[in-house]
Write a protein that binds this ligand. Structure first.
Ligand code: UD1
Length: 380
Protein backbone atom coordinates (compact mmCIF):
# COMPACT_ATOMS: atom_id res chain seq x y z
CA UNK A 1 0.00 0.00 0.00
CA UNK A 2 1.24 3.48 -0.77
CA UNK A 3 2.11 6.16 1.74
CA UNK A 4 0.53 9.53 2.54
CA UNK A 5 2.31 12.31 0.66
CA UNK A 6 4.18 15.06 2.47
CA UNK A 7 4.54 17.03 -0.76
CA UNK A 8 1.56 19.27 0.05
CA UNK A 9 1.77 22.66 1.81
CA UNK A 10 1.95 22.64 5.61
CA UNK A 11 -1.57 24.07 5.82
CA UNK A 12 -2.93 20.91 4.18
CA UNK A 13 -0.89 18.55 6.34
CA UNK A 14 -1.80 17.01 9.70
CA UNK A 15 0.89 15.87 12.12
CA UNK A 16 0.23 13.47 14.99
CA UNK A 17 2.48 14.38 17.92
CA UNK A 18 2.67 11.63 20.55
CA UNK A 19 3.82 12.97 23.91
CA UNK A 20 2.93 16.45 22.70
CA UNK A 21 2.22 17.78 26.20
CA UNK A 22 5.76 17.00 27.39
CA UNK A 23 8.84 19.18 27.46
CA UNK A 24 10.14 18.70 23.92
CA UNK A 25 6.69 17.84 22.55
CA UNK A 26 5.02 21.07 23.67
CA UNK A 27 7.81 23.21 22.19
CA UNK A 28 7.57 21.27 18.94
CA UNK A 29 3.81 21.79 18.77
CA UNK A 30 4.40 25.56 19.00
CA UNK A 31 6.80 25.44 16.04
CA UNK A 32 4.49 23.21 14.00
CA UNK A 33 1.53 25.56 14.54
CA UNK A 34 3.65 28.59 13.73
CA UNK A 35 4.67 26.85 10.51
CA UNK A 36 1.06 26.34 9.47
CA UNK A 37 0.58 22.65 10.26
CA UNK A 38 -2.54 21.05 11.71
CA UNK A 39 -1.58 19.21 14.88
CA UNK A 40 -3.18 16.29 16.74
CA UNK A 41 -1.62 15.57 20.13
CA UNK A 42 -1.90 12.20 21.85
CA UNK A 43 -0.61 12.20 25.41
CA UNK A 44 -1.66 10.15 28.43
CA UNK A 45 -0.43 12.90 30.81
CA UNK A 46 1.53 10.28 32.79
CA UNK A 47 4.48 12.66 32.98
CA UNK A 48 3.02 15.89 31.60
CA UNK A 49 0.18 18.36 32.08
CA UNK A 50 -2.72 19.42 29.87
CA UNK A 51 -1.98 22.97 31.03
CA UNK A 52 1.11 22.92 28.79
CA UNK A 53 -1.16 22.68 25.75
CA UNK A 54 -3.36 25.52 27.03
CA UNK A 55 -0.23 27.61 27.15
CA UNK A 56 0.82 26.46 23.69
CA UNK A 57 -2.57 27.70 22.50
CA UNK A 58 -1.99 31.05 24.18
CA UNK A 59 1.50 31.44 22.66
CA UNK A 60 0.42 30.56 19.14
CA UNK A 61 -2.74 32.61 19.40
CA UNK A 62 -0.76 35.82 19.72
CA UNK A 63 1.65 34.81 16.98
CA UNK A 64 -1.05 33.98 14.45
CA UNK A 65 -4.77 34.49 14.94
CA UNK A 66 -6.22 31.07 14.25
CA UNK A 67 -3.32 28.79 15.17
CA UNK A 68 -4.99 27.59 18.36
CA UNK A 69 -7.84 26.12 16.31
CA UNK A 70 -5.39 23.88 14.47
CA UNK A 71 -4.50 21.98 17.64
CA UNK A 72 -6.54 19.00 18.83
CA UNK A 73 -5.71 17.08 22.01
CA UNK A 74 -6.61 13.45 22.84
CA UNK A 75 -5.77 12.21 26.33
CA UNK A 76 -4.92 8.63 25.42
CA UNK A 77 -2.10 6.12 25.74
CA UNK A 78 -0.47 4.92 22.51
CA UNK A 79 -0.76 1.33 23.79
CA UNK A 80 -4.55 1.63 23.52
CA UNK A 81 -5.11 0.29 20.04
CA UNK A 82 -8.83 1.13 19.88
CA UNK A 83 -8.16 4.70 20.95
CA UNK A 84 -5.39 5.04 18.36
CA UNK A 85 -7.69 3.64 15.69
CA UNK A 86 -10.38 6.17 16.60
CA UNK A 87 -7.83 8.99 16.39
CA UNK A 88 -6.51 7.90 12.99
CA UNK A 89 -10.10 7.51 11.75
CA UNK A 90 -11.04 10.98 13.00
CA UNK A 91 -8.09 12.94 11.56
CA UNK A 92 -6.32 12.84 8.19
CA UNK A 93 -2.91 12.15 9.77
CA UNK A 94 -0.04 12.45 7.28
CA UNK A 95 2.98 12.02 9.54
CA UNK A 96 3.88 11.22 13.13
CA UNK A 97 6.38 12.85 15.43
CA UNK A 98 6.85 10.28 18.15
CA UNK A 99 7.97 11.57 21.56
CA UNK A 100 5.78 9.48 23.88
CA UNK A 101 7.89 7.31 26.15
CA UNK A 102 9.34 6.89 29.60
CA UNK A 103 12.70 8.60 29.92
CA UNK A 104 14.28 8.30 33.36
CA UNK A 105 17.52 6.35 33.18
CA UNK A 106 17.66 5.26 36.84
CA UNK A 107 13.98 4.35 37.00
CA UNK A 108 14.34 2.25 33.86
CA UNK A 109 16.80 -0.02 35.67
CA UNK A 110 14.22 -0.59 38.42
CA UNK A 111 11.25 -0.97 36.06
CA UNK A 112 12.49 -2.66 32.89
CA UNK A 113 9.15 -4.26 32.14
CA UNK A 114 7.33 -0.94 32.25
CA UNK A 115 9.97 0.70 30.06
CA UNK A 116 10.07 -2.03 27.42
CA UNK A 117 6.31 -2.39 27.40
CA UNK A 118 5.50 1.30 27.20
CA UNK A 119 8.27 2.40 24.86
CA UNK A 120 8.59 -0.62 22.58
CA UNK A 121 5.07 -2.06 22.53
CA UNK A 122 3.60 1.46 22.40
CA UNK A 123 5.59 2.21 19.27
CA UNK A 124 4.58 -1.09 17.67
CA UNK A 125 0.89 -0.33 18.21
CA UNK A 126 1.39 3.20 16.92
CA UNK A 127 3.13 2.06 13.74
CA UNK A 128 0.67 -0.73 13.09
CA UNK A 129 -2.35 1.54 13.37
CA UNK A 130 -0.60 4.22 11.30
CA UNK A 131 0.14 1.69 8.57
CA UNK A 132 -3.50 0.54 8.51
CA UNK A 133 -4.37 4.16 7.74
CA UNK A 134 -1.74 4.55 5.02
CA UNK A 135 0.55 6.75 7.10
CA UNK A 136 4.17 5.59 6.91
CA UNK A 137 5.95 8.85 7.72
CA UNK A 138 7.53 9.00 11.16
CA UNK A 139 10.05 11.17 12.97
CA UNK A 140 11.41 9.42 16.04
CA UNK A 141 12.75 11.05 19.15
CA UNK A 142 16.05 9.24 19.61
CA UNK A 143 19.03 10.17 21.73
CA UNK A 144 22.79 10.56 21.70
CA UNK A 145 22.61 7.83 24.32
CA UNK A 146 22.71 5.33 21.41
CA UNK A 147 26.41 6.15 20.91
CA UNK A 148 27.22 5.06 24.48
CA UNK A 149 30.85 5.82 25.24
CA UNK A 150 31.54 7.47 21.85
CA UNK A 151 34.36 6.14 19.70
CA UNK A 152 35.21 9.65 18.56
CA UNK A 153 34.24 13.26 19.25
CA UNK A 154 32.64 15.27 17.72
CA UNK A 155 30.17 12.44 17.15
CA UNK A 156 29.01 12.00 13.57
CA UNK A 157 25.94 9.98 12.65
CA UNK A 158 28.07 7.08 11.47
CA UNK A 159 29.88 6.80 14.79
CA UNK A 160 29.23 3.17 15.83
CA UNK A 161 26.39 2.61 18.26
CA UNK A 162 27.20 0.94 21.56
CA UNK A 163 25.18 -1.26 23.85
CA UNK A 164 23.21 0.91 26.25
CA UNK A 165 23.82 0.38 29.96
CA UNK A 166 20.17 0.75 30.95
CA UNK A 167 16.71 -0.18 29.64
CA UNK A 168 15.84 3.41 28.71
CA UNK A 169 18.85 3.61 26.39
CA UNK A 170 18.07 0.14 25.07
CA UNK A 171 14.58 1.22 24.07
CA UNK A 172 15.99 4.14 22.04
CA UNK A 173 18.47 1.90 20.29
CA UNK A 174 15.96 -0.90 19.69
CA UNK A 175 13.33 1.50 18.35
CA UNK A 176 15.88 2.89 15.89
CA UNK A 177 16.40 -0.69 14.72
CA UNK A 178 12.67 -1.47 14.57
CA UNK A 179 11.84 1.66 12.58
CA UNK A 180 14.73 0.98 10.19
CA UNK A 181 13.43 -2.57 9.72
CA UNK A 182 10.02 -1.16 8.78
CA UNK A 183 11.69 0.50 5.80
CA UNK A 184 13.68 -2.62 4.92
CA UNK A 185 10.45 -4.63 4.87
CA UNK A 186 8.38 -2.01 3.03
CA UNK A 187 10.19 0.71 1.13
CA UNK A 188 7.17 3.01 1.30
CA UNK A 189 8.23 3.99 4.83
CA UNK A 190 9.82 7.38 5.33
CA UNK A 191 11.65 7.40 8.69
CA UNK A 192 13.77 10.04 10.37
CA UNK A 193 15.71 9.27 13.55
CA UNK A 194 16.68 12.43 15.41
CA UNK A 195 19.42 11.88 17.95
CA UNK A 196 19.10 14.61 20.55
CA UNK A 197 22.00 15.78 22.63
CA UNK A 198 21.00 17.57 25.86
CA UNK A 199 17.87 19.69 25.41
CA UNK A 200 17.46 22.51 27.95
CA UNK A 201 16.01 26.03 28.04
CA UNK A 202 12.38 27.00 27.54
CA UNK A 203 10.15 29.00 25.24
CA UNK A 204 11.05 32.72 25.31
CA UNK A 205 7.60 33.54 26.74
CA UNK A 206 8.54 31.68 29.96
CA UNK A 207 5.13 29.98 29.88
CA UNK A 208 6.19 26.46 28.88
CA UNK A 209 9.27 24.57 30.03
CA UNK A 210 10.62 21.46 31.71
CA UNK A 211 8.59 20.26 34.68
CA UNK A 212 10.06 17.01 36.04
CA UNK A 213 8.23 14.97 38.68
CA UNK A 214 10.04 14.93 42.03
CA UNK A 215 13.77 15.49 42.30
CA UNK A 216 15.23 16.14 38.83
CA UNK A 217 17.69 13.60 37.41
CA UNK A 218 19.17 15.91 34.81
CA UNK A 219 21.55 18.76 35.41
CA UNK A 220 19.61 21.75 34.15
CA UNK A 221 16.32 21.29 35.99
CA UNK A 222 18.35 20.54 39.11
CA UNK A 223 20.35 23.76 38.77
CA UNK A 224 17.16 25.71 38.07
CA UNK A 225 15.50 24.37 41.22
CA UNK A 226 18.55 25.28 43.32
CA UNK A 227 18.47 28.76 41.76
CA UNK A 228 14.83 29.23 42.73
CA UNK A 229 15.46 27.98 46.27
CA UNK A 230 13.63 24.63 46.10
CA UNK A 231 16.80 22.55 46.45
CA UNK A 232 19.83 23.38 48.58
CA UNK A 233 22.84 22.77 46.34
CA UNK A 234 23.86 21.17 43.08
CA UNK A 235 25.85 17.94 43.36
CA UNK A 236 28.56 18.00 40.72
CA UNK A 237 29.03 14.35 39.73
CA UNK A 238 32.80 14.08 39.54
CA UNK A 239 35.56 16.63 38.93
CA UNK A 240 38.26 14.18 37.89
CA UNK A 241 37.21 13.50 34.30
CA UNK A 242 39.76 14.08 31.53
CA UNK A 243 38.08 17.38 30.56
CA UNK A 244 39.41 20.97 30.89
CA UNK A 245 37.93 21.58 34.37
CA UNK A 246 37.46 17.91 35.31
CA UNK A 247 33.64 17.97 35.13
CA UNK A 248 31.48 16.25 32.51
CA UNK A 249 31.08 17.93 29.13
CA UNK A 250 27.79 17.79 27.18
CA UNK A 251 26.29 19.40 24.11
CA UNK A 252 23.38 21.42 25.52
CA UNK A 253 20.85 22.53 22.94
CA UNK A 254 17.99 25.03 23.30
CA UNK A 255 14.68 23.15 23.20
CA UNK A 256 13.28 25.69 20.69
CA UNK A 257 16.19 24.98 18.33
CA UNK A 258 15.54 21.29 18.81
CA UNK A 259 11.83 21.76 18.09
CA UNK A 260 12.68 23.59 14.87
CA UNK A 261 14.83 20.63 13.87
CA UNK A 262 11.61 18.57 13.71
CA UNK A 263 9.95 21.07 11.38
CA UNK A 264 13.06 20.92 9.17
CA UNK A 265 12.96 17.10 9.24
CA UNK A 266 9.35 17.09 8.00
CA UNK A 267 10.28 19.39 5.12
CA UNK A 268 13.22 17.12 4.32
CA UNK A 269 10.93 14.07 4.28
CA UNK A 270 8.61 15.97 1.95
CA UNK A 271 11.49 16.65 -0.45
CA UNK A 272 11.34 20.39 0.29
CA UNK A 273 14.86 20.58 1.68
CA UNK A 274 18.22 18.95 1.16
CA UNK A 275 20.09 17.46 -1.75
CA UNK A 276 18.48 15.07 -4.22
CA UNK A 277 20.51 12.28 -2.67
CA UNK A 278 19.18 11.41 0.75
CA UNK A 279 21.94 10.28 3.06
CA UNK A 280 20.83 7.45 5.25
CA UNK A 281 23.00 4.60 6.32
CA UNK A 282 24.19 2.10 3.74
CA UNK A 283 21.39 0.29 1.97
CA UNK A 284 18.82 2.48 3.72
CA UNK A 285 20.01 5.62 1.96
CA UNK A 286 16.55 5.84 0.48
CA UNK A 287 15.14 7.00 -2.78
CA UNK A 288 12.96 9.83 -4.00
CA UNK A 289 9.30 8.82 -4.45
CA UNK A 290 7.22 9.78 -7.50
CA UNK A 291 5.68 12.77 -5.70
CA UNK A 292 9.16 14.16 -4.89
CA UNK A 293 9.07 13.11 -1.25
CA UNK A 294 11.63 10.77 0.26
CA UNK A 295 11.64 7.14 1.27
CA UNK A 296 14.27 5.66 3.54
CA UNK A 297 15.84 6.21 6.94
CA UNK A 298 17.42 9.59 7.61
CA UNK A 299 19.55 9.86 10.74
CA UNK A 300 20.52 13.24 12.17
CA UNK A 301 22.23 14.51 15.28
CA UNK A 302 20.55 17.54 16.79
CA UNK A 303 23.07 19.41 18.89
CA UNK A 304 25.06 22.64 18.77
CA UNK A 305 28.48 21.09 18.18
CA UNK A 306 29.79 22.83 21.30
CA UNK A 307 30.50 21.11 24.61
CA UNK A 308 29.99 22.77 28.01
CA UNK A 309 31.14 21.47 31.37
CA UNK A 310 28.98 21.18 34.48
CA UNK A 311 30.80 24.15 36.02
CA UNK A 312 30.28 26.23 32.88
CA UNK A 313 26.57 25.48 33.04
CA UNK A 314 26.41 26.53 36.69
CA UNK A 315 28.25 29.78 35.89
CA UNK A 316 25.98 30.53 32.93
CA UNK A 317 22.94 29.96 35.12
CA UNK A 318 24.35 32.23 37.82
CA UNK A 319 24.71 34.98 35.21
CA UNK A 320 21.10 34.41 34.10
CA UNK A 321 19.53 34.42 37.58
CA UNK A 322 21.84 37.06 39.08
CA UNK A 323 22.92 35.22 42.22
CA UNK A 324 25.38 32.47 43.17
CA UNK A 325 24.32 28.83 42.93
CA UNK A 326 25.76 26.64 45.71
CA UNK A 327 27.31 23.40 44.60
CA UNK A 328 29.42 20.55 46.02
CA UNK A 329 31.54 18.00 44.22
CA UNK A 330 30.21 14.44 44.62
CA UNK A 331 31.43 11.08 43.31
CA UNK A 332 30.93 10.25 39.66
CA UNK A 333 27.48 8.97 38.67
CA UNK A 334 27.49 5.37 37.43
CA UNK A 335 27.21 5.10 33.67
CA UNK A 336 28.26 8.70 32.94
CA UNK A 337 30.76 9.44 30.19
CA UNK A 338 33.36 12.21 30.34
CA UNK A 339 32.46 14.12 27.24
CA UNK A 340 30.20 14.18 24.23
CA UNK A 341 29.20 16.68 21.61
CA UNK A 342 27.74 16.45 18.17
CA UNK A 343 29.05 16.93 14.68
CA UNK A 344 26.18 18.94 13.19
CA UNK A 345 27.29 19.10 9.54
CA UNK A 346 24.79 16.57 8.28
CA UNK A 347 21.78 18.36 9.76
CA UNK A 348 23.09 21.68 8.47
CA UNK A 349 23.74 20.42 4.94
CA UNK A 350 20.71 18.18 4.52
CA UNK A 351 18.03 19.67 6.76
CA UNK A 352 19.23 23.26 6.32
CA UNK A 353 18.98 23.47 10.10
CA UNK A 354 21.37 24.60 12.77
CA UNK A 355 21.06 25.65 16.38
CA UNK A 356 20.91 29.42 16.92
CA UNK A 357 20.90 29.92 20.67
CA UNK A 358 23.92 29.82 22.97
CA UNK A 359 24.24 28.56 26.54
CA UNK A 360 23.62 32.04 28.00
CA UNK A 361 20.29 32.26 26.17
CA UNK A 362 19.33 28.70 27.18
CA UNK A 363 19.88 29.60 30.84
CA UNK A 364 18.05 32.94 30.54
CA UNK A 365 15.00 31.24 29.07
CA UNK A 366 15.14 28.37 31.57
CA UNK A 367 15.33 30.91 34.39
CA UNK A 368 12.37 32.90 33.05
CA UNK A 369 10.30 29.70 33.04
CA UNK A 370 11.53 28.47 36.44
CA UNK A 371 11.22 31.80 38.25
CA UNK A 372 7.72 32.50 36.95
CA UNK A 373 6.60 28.87 37.50
CA UNK A 374 8.51 27.71 40.59
CA UNK A 375 6.15 24.72 40.96
CA UNK A 376 5.90 24.03 37.25
CA UNK A 377 2.40 23.57 35.84
CA UNK A 378 1.06 22.44 39.22
CA UNK A 379 1.32 25.97 40.53
CA UNK A 380 -1.01 27.18 37.76
C1 UD1 B 1 21.06 11.81 30.63
C2 UD1 B 1 20.98 10.33 30.44
C3 UD1 B 1 20.78 10.05 28.97
C4 UD1 B 1 19.53 10.74 28.49
C5 UD1 B 1 19.63 12.24 28.79
C6 UD1 B 1 18.36 12.97 28.44
C7 UD1 B 1 22.27 9.32 32.27
C8 UD1 B 1 23.49 8.54 32.63
N1 UD1 B 1 22.17 9.69 30.97
O1 UD1 B 1 22.16 12.30 29.87
O2 UD1 B 1 20.68 8.65 28.77
O3 UD1 B 1 19.37 10.54 27.11
O4 UD1 B 1 19.89 12.44 30.16
O5 UD1 B 1 17.37 12.77 29.39
O6 UD1 B 1 21.42 9.61 33.09
N2 UD1 B 1 25.27 16.16 36.46
C9 UD1 B 1 25.70 16.65 37.68
N3 UD1 B 1 24.79 16.81 38.68
C10 UD1 B 1 23.46 16.49 38.54
C11 UD1 B 1 23.02 15.98 37.29
C12 UD1 B 1 23.96 15.84 36.28
O7 UD1 B 1 26.89 16.96 37.86
O8 UD1 B 1 22.68 16.65 39.50
C13 UD1 B 1 26.24 16.07 35.36
C14 UD1 B 1 26.38 14.69 34.74
O9 UD1 B 1 27.37 13.95 35.39
C15 UD1 B 1 26.74 15.04 33.30
C16 UD1 B 1 26.00 16.36 33.04
O10 UD1 B 1 25.76 16.92 34.33
O11 UD1 B 1 28.12 15.29 33.18
C17 UD1 B 1 24.68 16.20 32.32
O12 UD1 B 1 23.87 15.25 32.99
P1 UD1 B 1 22.34 15.01 32.59
O13 UD1 B 1 21.63 16.31 32.50
O14 UD1 B 1 21.78 13.98 33.53
O15 UD1 B 1 22.42 14.43 31.11
P2 UD1 B 1 23.27 13.18 30.53
O16 UD1 B 1 23.92 12.40 31.58
O17 UD1 B 1 24.12 13.71 29.43
Amino acid sequence: MSNKSLARPHEETTILVTGGAGFIGSHTVVELLENGYNVVVVDDLSNSHAEALERVRAITNTAEGAARDRLVFHEENILDREAMQRIFAAHPIDAIIHFAGFKAVGESVQKPLEYYWNNIAGTLVLCEVAREHGCKNIVFSSSATVYGEPEFIPITEDCPKHEATNPYGQTKSMLERILSDLYIGDDEWNVVLLRYFNPIGAHASGTIGEDPEGIPNNLLPYVAQVAVGKLAEVGVFGDDYPTPDGTGVRDYIHVVDLARGHVAALDWMGGKRGSGEPRGLGSMAGRPAEDGTRRGVGIFNLGTGKGSSVLEVIRAFEAACGHPIPYAVKPRRAGDIAENYAACDKAREELGWQAEYDLARMCEDAWRWQSSNPNGYKGA
